[in-house]
Ligand binder design. Structure first.
Ligand SMILES: [Mg+2]
Ligand SMILES: [Zn+2]
Length: 184
């Protein structure tokens, strides 16, 4: 029985944009408040999940904080926006402010954020689903002992190869979070 849903933030609940050039050439979360936008499918997903009486959490890596690209104050303002639009309390948003080089215990694929959420809010990870858009989200869910993981993305060979390369085994791959929350 699933009681808790843990969402990654960027690429699942909020839109991704090109990374700042000083950080990389891929896509990632916003680092300015004016660029922070909720994905419309997230509104449906949260409405549906709330209606089922499940608890919702967010677990997000925010390395721009460690890199000095974004202040934690901006992050807290984004949390306030998440609460306004999606109704997810800031108390339920767990973020890793470190970068890969910090070798912390909380940066996904490590399970630290999920373990902290479960401990502080008293829920069981074996009754929780982790939903994310990167292999590291799936691994974090697996490492934390989640009942199920779901990847948001294209179910193509490239995606499956990237998952296989790190041993990430989502139960489902689907196109958006609105679809994902209807799979359990
Ligand atoms: Mg993401
Ligand atoms: Zn961390």
């Amino acid at each position: 029985m699933i009681h808790t849903v843990i969402f990654d933030r960027d690429g699942v609940l909020s839109e991704q944009i090109p990374q700042p050039p000083e950080y990389g050439t891929g896509v990632g979360g916003a680092w300015r408040l004016e660029d922070f936008r909720i994905i419309p499918a997230a509104i449906d997903a949260v409405w549906y999940t709330h209606g089922r009486g499940l608890d919702m959490f967010v677990a997000t890596n925010q390395p721009y904080i460690a890199k000095g690209i974004m202040t934690s104050d901006v992050m807290y303002q984004m949390n306030a926006h998440l609460f306004e639009v999606l109704g997810i309390s800031s108390e339920n948003v767990y973020f890793c402010p470190h970068s890969k080089e910090n070798n912390c215990a909380c940066r996904k694929p490590k399970p630290g954020l999920l373990l902290a959420a479960a401990k502080e809010h008293g829920f069981s990870l074996d009754e929780a689903v982790m939903i994310g858009d990167r292999p590291s989200d799936i691994l974090a869910g697996q490492n934390a002992g989640c009942a199920m993981t779901i990847l948001i993305g294209n179910n193509d060979q490239k995606t499956r190869d990237a998952l296989d390369a790190v041993g990430a085994k989502p139960k489902y791959i689907c196109s958006d979070v609105s679809c994902a929350v209807r799979l359990f």
